[in-house]
Design a protein around this ligand. Structure first.
Ligand SMILES: [Zn+2]
Length: 388
């Protein structure tokens, strides 16, 4: 049911418009925002869904000349220069500035809800072909990926190329210096610690990039008989634990910039350097991205000498928490499994496996950006919920 307007009036010397809704609630809209958001063809290009009105033409002190109710579903405003604007009730209601309405809009656009987990994780599983051909399944996959941070897709073919298909399903993959997709297997003269049979400590991929890949896909093509188990940890959950357990250590890891480096040849030659905080946080101090890979953490360390030891102590405490059995979930991938996870949140590692002249374990990996994944999620949601 779309909202209806009972009454509309100017307030605050014409700098606000107050809307009384039929359900008895009220919303107040600043006039500068209303003028800026005018939906007329002069001010707005509907085909692009974009604003045409330049900020130069906006008077930040603007007040309304006249406001009227066109009908219960639309209000009309005349500005001092006789320009007129019309706003649909439903459009206005969605954009109400109340704390409550903004929280609803935020949840709709960004799906910030998180479900934390430890070793007790019930790994969400969905058949690969289902998400490829069924929009509801694909929507469920991406919602779960956002909320839980990890989803296992099952039953893909045990051959290279499935991740390319998956990339087409969401839009496109993220190209890096390791190629559009990359092969995790034991390689002579490995240019990356992943390309050995050794144990891989818990890490996030690619903190050496300024914008590390948001989502990672690992497709198991071949699995060794002994060893090679995958380990994953909810980095946001562990960050919360650290914050509680040792606020000072948390403060150090959320403020100190660490140097990362990666130099070599793969898709093309590369020599990358970057500064990252181990834990990125938002304005409320909540973890938003973990940037931790001990293998590519540089020996160059651009901080004052007296801050070095306290940093290591803090990092070690975080590392200990990550590795504690209550936080670590272990799973051995089977051929045809595709592990999809939030690379900004979930740290992953691998147990070692016996080295052998033949390739006994082969994963194909790929990345996608959260921008692309969230975009696909929103499009799928519109389709599934049949909304516009
Ligand atoms: Zn206009």
């Amino acid at each position: 049911m779309s909202p209806a307007v009972r009454k509309v009036e100017a307030s605050g010397e014409g700098r606000f418009i107050c809307v009384q809704w039929e359900d008895g609630s009220e919303s107040s809209y600043p006039c500068v925002w209303l003028r800026d958001s005018c939906q007329c063809p002069l001010c707005f290009l509907p085909s692009a869904g974009a604003r045409r009105l330049p900020l130069e033409d906006l008077d930040v002190n603007i007040a309304v000349k006249q406001v009227a109710l066109a009908d219960s579903k639309k209000i009309s405003i005349t500005w001092p220069d006789e320009h007129t604007s019309e706003y649909e009730a439903e459009w206005l209601k969605k954009r109400c500035f109340s704390e409550e309405a903004r929280a609803i809009m935020r949840a709709d656009l960004f799906l910030p809800e998180r479900q934390y987990w430890g070793s007790d994780l019930q790994l969400p599983k969905i058949p690969f072909e289902e998400i490829m051909y069924n929009d509801e399944s694909a929507y469920k996959w991406l919602c779960t990926l956002k909320k839980v941070g990890i989803v296992l897709l099952t039953g893909a073919a045990a051959r290279q190329g499935e991740l390319i298909r998956l990339g087409h399903r969401i839009g496109f993959l993220r190209l890096t210096f390791y190629g559009p997709t990359w092969q995790v297997q034991d390689k002579a003269d490995a240019n990356n610690v992943a390309y050995t049979t050794g144990r891989l400590c818990l890490h996030t991929d690619y903190p050496v990039l300024q914008h590390p890949p948001g989502v990672q896909f690992l497709h198991c093509i071949k699995q060794t008989a002994a060893g090679g188990e995958s380990e994953v940890v909810d980095g946001f959950h562990v960050s919360n634990k650290l914050k509680k357990q040792n606020p000072e250590a948390y403060q150090i890891l959320t403020s100190t910039t660490v140097d990362y480096t990666d130099v070599g040849v793969d898709y093309c030659g590369f020599a990358v350097h970057c500064k990252q905080r181990i834990i990125d946080t938002d304005s409320r101090g909540q973890a938003t991205r973990i940037n931790y890979n001990n293998a590519t953490r540089d020996t160059v360390f651009d901080i004052p000498a007296e801050k070095v030891r306290p940093f290591y102590a803090a990092l070690k405490e975080f590392n200990d928490l990550l590795n504690s059995p209550e936080h670590k979930f272990t799973y051995k991938l089977k051929p045809g499994d595709i592990l999809t996870f939030d690379n900004w949140r979930v740290l992953h590692g691998r147990q070692s496996y016996p080295s052998c002249p033949d390739v006994t374990r082969h994963l194909e990996g790929a990345y996608a950006d959260w921008d692309v994944v969230m975009s696909r999620l929103q499009l799928l949601r519109k389709m599934v919920l049949n909304r516009d």
